[in-house]
Structure formats: structure tokens, C-alpha cells
Ligand binder design. Sequence first.
Ligand SMILES: Nc1ncnc2c1ncn2[C@@H]1O[C@H](COP(=O)(O)OP(=O)(O)OP(=O)(O)O)[C@@H](O)[C@H]1O
Ligand SMILES: [Mg+2]
Length: 244
Amino acid sequence: MSLLQVRGVSKIYGTLTALSSADMVVDDHEFHGLIGPNGSGKSTLLKCLAGAEIPTAGTIHLAGKDITMLTPQERSRAGLSLKFQITAILPEIAVYDNMLIALQAHQSIWGLLRSSSRDSLHAEVIHYLDRFRLRERQYDLAGELSHGQQQWLEIAMALALKPRLLLLDEPTAGMSPQERRATGELLQPIKAQCSLLIVEHDLDFIKDICDSLTVLDQGQIIASGRTQDVQNDARVKEVYLAHV
Ligand SMILES: Nc1ncnc2c1ncn2[C@@H]1O[C@H](COP(=O)(O)OP(=O)(O)OP(=O)(O)O)[C@@H](O)[C@H]1O
Ligand SMILES: [Mg+2]
């Protein structure tokens, strides 16, 4: 059984069909890229998955559970995590404390009161800061980090929820080429932990890191499957030559 199953999901705003009967699957430990021209429905699909929008039609299953009508908080408990909406960094407090708050959000109040769990939380904070190359900046305010580092902190905080599926909407937007390359490297190890559904405009970046791709055009999925196959799909080539 696939981790994520999207069946016939549509989203209609007034007279505009932003997403039309979308079908796709994401497996465990798979990196799945969602691409398509501006306005093709990528963010709408992510919002439907995360619960920021309720689809007009269709169903969404996560690990076999129907999450179509659940609140974002209930989806988060079911194993979904979204950078931007569930965790946003707090610029006025230290990098360390941002990470600590994200990890505490996952703990019960009783767990938080036990000193042993406070020690293990510290170890976990350092573990995540190390992984995302932020340990040296732990005492700095999060607002003082570079744009790229702030994105990494947000990804680390989203991962602290221990999701089965992490959703990222254009995480490398506004990054320098070096930060973009580093982001690819930083994301790779999370494959051992969870699956990733990522929206990106940078095709080279997404082809490098993703096992599978889904391509949207004007609200319709025109191809979905292994990266290699989708890349060579005649309709995908046509859309990209025409729009991008
Ligand atoms: N809340 C809304 N109300 C009305 N129309 C909307 C709303 N959200 C999105 N749309 C429309 O739905 C369509 C798909 O938008 P969406 O944001 O999903 O595209 P996208 O593929 O993420 O584009 P981009 O690459 O520019 O981020 C667009 O025509 C957009 O104007
Ligand atoms: Mg978008």
C-alpha cells in the first residue's frame, strides 16, 4: 500500500478549476517532485493535502487512513508535516530555542516535566542543528540567519514533528546557487526517515533529488511516475518548451 493516495481530487474556486480530478501516489521513503508552470495547481494540491483547503471532490489517504476532511492538526498527528504553515521560525528568539520549541510541540506535558527528557531534548536539538549546518549559529537570533539558513531551520522544525510525509513548497526560492546545492545535500538523508513531496521550479534541482515526478498543467496531471520516464514524456516536453 502506498503512503499517500490521492484519488480524483478537484478544487474549484468560483468558476475556476484550480485542480481537476488529480490522482497520484507517493510511497514510503520516496522523494516525489511536483512540477508545472505558474498557476498549474501545485500549491493548491499541497494545500488540499495539508488541510489548508478542503477539496471540492476526491479523497486523500495517508497510510491507509482517510484524511480528506481532517483539520491540519489532525493531519499532523496522522504523520503529515508542512514547511511554512505548521512551523514558522520565530525571528526574535535564538536558533536553539526555535528548534527546542518545535521538538517540545511533539512531547506530552508529562514528558516535558521529566528531567531525563529535558536532557534528551537537548541532544535532539543539537542533532538537528548539526544535520542542518546550524550548530554554530545556535545562540544567534533566528532572524539573523541568511535566507537559506532560515529555510533549513524551518525544514528541521518540520522534521521535528517526525512526519511520515514532509511537504515542501518551493524551499529553494530566493536561495543562492550554493545554498540550493547545499539544500539538495541536506535533504538526501531524510529519505531514511520519511517521504518528501516537494514543489520546485528549478527542474535540474528536482530531477537530481527526486525518484518520481508529477507534472501539472492547467489543473490537470499530465504525467506521474518515475523521474526518468516523466522526463521523456512527449506531453511534458511540450508543456515545458511552451511555458518555461
Ligand atoms: N484562494 C484562491 N481563490 C481563487 N483562486 C485561487 C486561489 N488559490 C489559487 N487560485 C488559483 O488557482 C490556480 C492554481 O494556483 P496555484 O497557486 O495552485 O498554482 P501553482 O502551480 O502553485 O503556481 P505557482 O507556480 O505560481 O506557485 C491559479 O489560477 C490561481 O490563481
Ligand atoms: Mg505555488
